[in-house]
Design a protein around this ligand. Structure first.
Ligand SMILES: O=C(O)c1ccccc1NCC(=O)[C@H](O)[C@H](O)COP(=O)(O)O
Length: 269
């Protein structure tokens, strides 16, 4: 019998389930509910989707600028890595929002990085992680996240629906991410969120092509806002997207490898 080698995404999701079990043993769901309520009272969501729409309405590109130290496909991207300094640099350069990796095992991320980045500026922040359980949604709000990522490749239709509704009930926005037609159909059927991310990277194989955005964008109804994700490196990439009427971008590596991430943002956009 041939044993199938798990892809990186499958490994991440399997580890995520273990991690959540460990976390639940440390902090109960009800304690987390209290923490999320406290965050809503003192640290209200900043309006992630609205920040993107404001930029676009003003005729600008809306950039979700990512803060990540490492990735499975590229290894270490930045060292030293100071989330608060990166956040300030992005804010000064006109980013609409921040994306902060909180997964530690595969991206060297941490929840503290989200807190530090958010405290350092006024931009809304997405918790970039692999969400598979309601517990993580509560955790996201408890640490101050303004938005969560739901990756269709990791979730059933029912789970997408539950986590999307739960996040929005907590006042957060949701970016639902797809990479192919089947995932797009799932996301459109099971989520109500307006933010629809098309990831140009296949998270199973790391294959990357901006054509994924162009191939899938026609499936997206007008009321959803498309965010093109991954593989944006040059002014030409941005111009190509904007020419096709795509105005919202999620960019990580190109900024993380630059000495001054904000200056790189200003250069490309
Ligand atoms: O980037 C990876 O290696 C990766 C592997 C497995 C799951 C997710 C992964 N990346 C997440 C992302 O797609 C990116 O962080 C994000 O879209 C920004 O992409 P880039 O501008 O190419 O850094």
């Amino acid at each position: 019998m041939q044993v199938e080698t798990p892809t990186i995404l499958k490994k991440i999701v399997a580890r995520k389930h273990e991690e959540i079990t460990e976390r639940k043993a440390r902090t109960s769901y009800s304690n987390l509910e209290v923490a999320a309520a406290v965050a809503n009272a003192h640290n209200a969501p900043r309006g992630f989707a609205q920040a993107l729409k404001n930029k676009i309405a003003a005729g600008n590109a809306a950039v979700i600028a990512e803060i990540k130290q490492a990735s499975p496909s590229k290894g270490i991207l930045r060292d030293p890595f100071v989330p608060a300094d990166i956040a300030k640099s992005y804010a000064k350069a006109g980013a609409a929002c921040l994306s902060v990796l909180t997964d530690s095992d595969f991206f060297k991320g941490h929840e503290d990085f989200l807190v530090e980045a958010r405290d350092a500026c006024e931009l809304p922040v997405i918790r970039k992680d692999f969400m598979v359980d309601e517990y993580q949604v509560l955790e996201a709000r408890a640490i101050g996240a303004d938005c969560i990522l739901l990756i269709a490749a990791c979730l059933s239709g029912e789970k997408l629906q539950t986590l999307d509704e739960m996040a929005r009930d907590l006042g957060m926005d949701v970016l639902v991410e797809v990479h192919n037609r089947a995932e797009m159909e799932l996301a459109l059927q099971y989520t109500q969120t307006e933010l629809l991310g098309i990831n140009n990277r296949d998270l199973h194989t790391f294959e990357l092509s901006l054509d994924h955005t162009f191939e899938l964008m026609g499936m997206v109804p007008e009321e959803r806002l498309i965010v093109t994700e991954s593989g944006i490196h040059t002014r030409e990439d941005v111009a190509l997207m904007r020419h096709k009427n795509i105005h919202a971008f999620l960019v990580g590596e190109a900024f993380m490898r630059a000495a001054d991430p904000g200056a790189k943002l200003a250069e490309i956009f």
